[in-house]
Design a protein around this ligand. Structure first.
Ligand SMILES: [Zn+2]
Length: 178
């Protein structure tokens, strides 16, 4: 087993959500982020975490399952005299390095424009994981309150974020050379 440094590990899960985004769009990214945080989860738990409807979560899960980006475990539970199946979904983050090869150029392009965007703009957020990041104009429109939880927005310290994006870009570029 390869032990990854924290930055690299972070880069790999970031890469994972990027690929999920290319395949399933923004809502799929939310599902993937929820799965990474929860490690294993039912449709209902993902729905609660993301605020997406269970039916929409299910559609996204099937799409990601088809592309081998997630797997599931089936657990049988007795309920009265019936057996009930519970499905726990889990992210297959390790698969990513192989899959990434096919999407490498698109991902690099997206990451570079994201980096440019982050470097150029002041960003605002409430500080909670998974909540939206807003540019100045959007922050004004929302009266400097988080559109998800209503907490006050603060200016984001971008240094960390920029470092992560750079690490990720470098990780993918290095892979290309190997
Ligand atoms: Zn918030």
């Amino acid at each position: 087993m390869i032990v990854l440094g924290e930055d690299k590990l972070d880069a790999v899960s970031h890469l994972y959500t990027q690929i999920v985004g290319l395949i399933g769009g923004d809502e799929a990214v939310e599902v993937a982020e929820a799965l990474i945080q929860l490690k294993k989860a039912t449709e209902e738990q993902i729905s609660t975490k993301t605020g997406l409807r269970v039916g929409d979560v299910r559609k996204i899960l099937f799409k990601l399952y088809e592309k081998a980006l997630i797997a599931y475990e089936e657990i049988k539970k007795e309920e009265g005299d019936k057996m009930k199946s519970i499905f726990l979904w889990l992210p297959l983050i390790d698969q990513v390095e192989g899959i990434a090869a096919n999407y490498r150029r698109i991902i690099l392009q997206k990451l570079r424009s994201k980096l440019e965007f982050v470097e150029k703009n002041e960003l605002y957020y409430c500080g909670k994981e998974g909540h939206r990041t807003l540019v100045f104009d959007e922050a004004v429109e929302n009266l400097f309150k988080c559109p998800v939880c209503g907490e006050p927005l603060q200016r984001m310290d971008k240094e960390n974020y920029i470092r992560k994006l750079n690490t990720l870009i470098k990780t993918i570029e290095d892979e290309e050379k190997e």
